[in-house]
Design a protein around this ligand. Structure first.
Ligand code: UD1
Ligand code: UDP
Length: 356
């Protein structure tokens, strides 16, 4: 089997995290060629994850960087095609819903290479989100659709996709379990920020619908500024740029910090009293940690966190942010929605039996 080549395409922060457990599982079964599109490039958005999670250096770094959607995705298509021509993979592996995902998926489909999509079947049903377009298109050209949840399997069924669908659980849970003890041993983030368990809220914001709309962004910052709590806010570079452009600042209770590495983020989440976010991955991790999550969006693709009672959707509404934070304290039982922490091995088993 080790002669079969899997080309893995990553490019954005959550994809480094998702790929780590899968690459570990694939080792010894396949020759994995790792392609980093370069969509994220700051040390704190990329290299830190490779270092902490022991991900080997990419075989190809495409250096694409930011840009408009067409420009960014188009440049990826050109470069990925060249790599595929050189390495002739037997299968291409993509993660999630970013422009790197779509570029990898389209390149594989056009080259006639079987495509495996990890985190298939997620839907927010909001086609204004670039991520929704990326997910839908990727799923529709995928050979192997690795779904994290029952809902994602049902979503695919509604679109007529049942062949190649495997419910495997969520690789982010695998990553969390694998890294939690390491994070507890190594992260100094609580002492560095001088915060204690349960004495702060944690915020992240980076969705285009929020960052690129001055009213929404300012309404969210006002909400965070009026919480009766200290708020730690690791700021995504996109958000920092737009806050500067809009001339937006925050109240003294909100501490803006640089994006943190995975270990620090796990510790900050585990110990926070409340998470306020528009991130997909962070909504899930909040659930896994049993921390209430206030989602700064009108809808979510991680609907089971809402129906389980641990996630509330408040949009960018200042008043709803404040009131939900002040009065909502879920106590309900948390069922294991995201598998058993062995999703990566399951993905590997499916690929081994299909590709041999
Ligand atoms: C991307 C994904 C989004 C995902 C997020 C994870 C798309 C369409 N969006 O959004 O689904 O949730 O990553 O974090 O693929 N920038 C830097 N340094 C970096 C990275 C980005 O300065 O290392 C700045 C640049 O100004 C860049 C902007 O952020 O133009 C946006 O980056 P981009 O990768 O295009 O989209 P994200 O908002 O990060
Ligand atoms: N994350 C991190 N440092 C940060 C913010 C997020 O390590 O400063 C991690 C977080 O724990 C989760 C993943 O990045 O595992 C989520 O990525 P992001 O929010 O960028 O993207 P999304 O999940 O919305 O696509």
């Amino acid at each position: 089997m080790a002669d079969k080549v899997i080309a893995t395409i990553v490019g954005a922060r959550p994809q480094f995290i998702k790929s780590a457990p899968v690459s570990r599982a694939l080792a010894g079964h396949f020759r994995e060629v790792l392609i980093h599109t370069g969509q994220h490039y700051d040390h704190g958005m990329s290299d830190v994850f490779f270092e902490e999670m022991n991900i080997r250096k990419p075989d190809f770094h495409l250096g694409i960087g930011g840009g408009l959607h067409g420009e960014q995705t188009g440049r990826m298509l050109i470069e990925i095609e060249k790599v595929f021509t050189e390495v002739k993979p037997n299968c291409v592996l993509v993660y999630g819903d970013t422009n790197s995902t779509l570029a990898g998926a389209l390149s594989a489909a056009k080259a006639g290479i079987p495509l495996a999509h990890v985190e298939a079947g997620l839907r927010s049903y909001n086609r204004a989100m670039p991520e929704e377009i990326n997910r839908v298109l990727t799923d529709h050209v995928s050979t192997f659709l690795f779904c994290p949840t029952d809902v994602s399997v049902a979503n695919l069924e509604k679109e007529g996709i049942s062949s190649g669908v495997h419910r495997v659980g969520d690789v982010m849970y695998d990553a969390l379990l694998h890294n939690m003890e390491l994070a507890r041993g190594r992260s100094q983030v609580l002492s560095r920020l001088d915060v204690k368990r349960s004495e702060y809220a944690l915020a992240t914001v980076h969705r285009a619908a929020n960052t690129d709309d001055r009213d929404r962004m300012s309404s969210i910052l006002e909400g965070l500024g009026k919480l009766k709590a200290r708020v730690i806010f690791p700021v995504h570079p996109r958000t920092r740029k737009m806050m500067q452009e809009w001339g937006l600042s925050v109240n003294f209770n909100v501490q803006l910090i640089e994006p943190v590495g995975y270990f620090d983020m796990l510790i900050l989440q585990e110990n926070s009293n409340c998470i306020l976010t528009d991130s997909g991955g962070v909504q899930k991790e909040a659930y896994l940690f049993g921390v209430r999550c206030i989602t700064l969006r009108e809808e979510t693709e991680w609907v089971e966190t809402v129906s389980a009672g641990w996630n509330r959707l408040v949009g960018a509404d200042t008043q709803r942010i404040i009131e939900t934070h002040a009065s909502w304290h879920p106590q309900t039982e948390r069922l294991p929605l995201y598998g058993d922490g062995h999703s990566a091995e399951e993905i590997c088993r499916v690929l081994v039996s299909a590709l041999e």
